[in-house]
Design a binder for this molecule. Structure first.
Ligand code: ADE
Length: 266
């Protein structure tokens, strides 16, 4: 029987997605917003910078790539803001690089790794590394029915029970917004999101990953205690280098665990 072309190709797409989960993961996309977090991993995995960028020439995004433990690794750092020279943190760059990287690199799995603020009332301490169970936004308040839910943008992450059992990571929910500090309104939304960690990229990466049905996991290391006494920016900068080392160690363990496994084995 010959199927019409469009039905046949969607059946093929479906079968493709099925076989996907039954073959070992081969291509991983790691998205990391800050250079300090990214460079130790570039060194550890002996990745090389791509000088013939897969991205448009205008963007500051940097791709490091290589093969590590039989995995094709692409690590994307959104680079420095071209006008101000600081890391392009936040949801706009995160969603753009996630979109462009999925298009160009067709990864089997996305890992968004980075630092985060943690809530001691929810069990977070400086240096803890969390595997995120779900992501949502806390600064997109739209008090109109259904738009309110769209604003929160709740996304489940890939369920990885074996990875969790194999590694010494905490589990918690992540809330994302475009500010390092926390207004009272943000705080109320973060509490409503039941979040243990707070970052500036996760839910944006999750939004795009979900759009293209690419499984995604989120590894977040705590640099500052949001509900503590110290000013956030000061505590963040003070702990950034040491906590980045803990983050990179955790990401390395995650990569070792993933090597040779299928998505459904994680
Ligand atoms: N990254 C590290 N600390 C953070 C915080 N307190 N808020 C948002 N992103 C962060």
């Amino acid at each position: 029987m010959t199927l019409p072309q469009d039905i046949q190709s969607s059946a093929e797409d479906y079968m493709d997605s099925q076989t996907h989960s039954n073959r070992p993961i081969s291509s991983i996309l790691i998205i990391i917003a800050m250079q300090t977090e990214a460079l130790p991993l570039v060194e550890k995995f002996q990745l090389s910078e791509d000088h013939n960028s897969v991205f448009p020439k205008e963007v500051p995004w940097v791709r490091y790539h290589g093969v590590y433990k039989d995995l094709q690794i692409n690590l994307i750092w959104p680079g420095k803001d071209s006008a101000l020279g600081v890391d392009s943190v936040g949801t706009i760059s995160a969603s753009l690089v996630t979109y462009a990287s999925i298009q160009a690199l067709q990864p089997d799995l996305i890992i968004n790794a980075g630092t985060a603020g943690g809530f001691k009332a929810k069990g977070a301490s400086i240096g803890d590394v969390f595997l995120v169970s779900e992501c949502a936004f806390h600064d997109r308040r739209i008090p109109i029915p259904v738009f309110d839910l769209y604003g929160v943008g709740l996304k489940q992450t890939l369920k990885t029970p074996n990875l969790l059992a194999g590694l010494d990571l905490k589990v918690g929910k992540l809330s994302t917004g475009d500010s390092l500090d926390m207004s009272m309104q943000d705080e109320a939304s973060i509490i409503a999101n039941d979040a243990t960690v707070k970052d500036m990229e996760g839910a944006a990466v999750a939004y795009v990953a979900d759009m293209f049905k690419v499984p995604a996991i989120f590894v977040k290391a705590v640099t500052d205690i949001v509900d503590g006494e110290k000013p956030t920016a000061e505590e963040f900068l003070q702990n950034l280098a040491t906590v980045s080392a803990a983050l990179d160690e955790a990401v390395t363990q995650v990569i070792h665990f993933i090597s040779g496994k299928c998505i459904h084995e994680l």
